[in-house]
Design a protein around this ligand. Structure first.
Ligand SMILES: [Zn+2]
Length: 233
């Protein structure tokens, strides 16, 4: 098991950790600030540091072999099991993920259709909605700008699986169901705007999203409309 520090605080960019295993192209650590690829959001990159030595973390993934462990992919010979390391997240990339990810929650509030695809990267975010209704690019962009300017607080809390089952409307995504079997589910609330299960990294207030623009609206299929976001300027 890897302790997931990023779930409680997405602003954490450093932590001390110990290498607990090697494999799958990298190392497992006892705890981490690195978000692993999932829920449409890209994995973090960064560095592992031990004294004078530095290893580039090229990606972060959930382990396929050890449930609950997180693999930090590194270039070259990985640090040895038992070694104490410092983890440093690539801060600029993380901040882009946090801003775009929170912006996708605003899109969910503006476009009340089921979500059937999502991708959050450093340079763009895209969300696919299950609908055949036409989308108005200017209206969506104006709606995003308004919700950013209104500076809504963003926070998370944990609910039981029973509470989730009693509120099936909380699950907006058709393609990604919240993880089950842990007894609790993390829900993300943009106060007064959006509430849904989500394990990703977000900003703490919509004002931090800053200027985002709708770069493209595509008809991906008869029943799918894709919205792509970018940063302005
Ligand atoms: Zn989210």
């Amino acid at each position: 098991m890897t302790e997931e520090l990023f779930r409680e605080d997405a602003t954490l960019l450093h932590c001390a950790a110990v290498v607990t295993g090697q494999g799958e192209g990298g190392v497992m650590l006892d705890r981490t600030v690195c978000y692993p690829l999932g829920g449409g959001q890209a994995g973090d990159t960064g560095w592992l540091v031990s004294g004078e030595r530095r290893w580039r973390i090229t990606d972060t993934r959930k382990s396929k072999e050890q449930p609950g462990a997180i693999v930090h992919l590194v270039d070259g010979e990985p640090p040895a099991v038992g070694m104490a390391v410092q983890i440093e997240v690539d801060a600029a990339r993380r901040q882009a993920h946090r801003r775009f990810h929170t912006a996708t929650h605003l899109l969910c509030a503006l476009l009340p259709f089921p979500v059937d695809g999502c991708s959050i990267t450093e340079t763009y975010a895209r969300l696919d909605f299950h609908t055949d209704e036409p989308f108005d690019k200017e209206a969506i962009q104006a709606g995003l700008a308004r919700l950013v300017a209104e500076a809504h607080p963003v926070g998370h809390r944990w609910i039981t699986e029973d509470e989730l089952d009693a509120n099936p409307g909380l699950v907006r995504s058709m393609s990604v169901q919240p993880p089950r079997g842990l007894g609790r589910v993390r829900v993300l609330e943009v106060e007064g705007v959006d509430l849904q299960p989500c394990g990703g990294t977000h900003v703490s207030n919509t004002a931090e999203i800053g200027a985002v623009v709708v770069t493209k609206i595509e008809k991906k299929s008869a029943k799918t409309r894709r919205v792509v976001l970018g940063f302005a300027g």
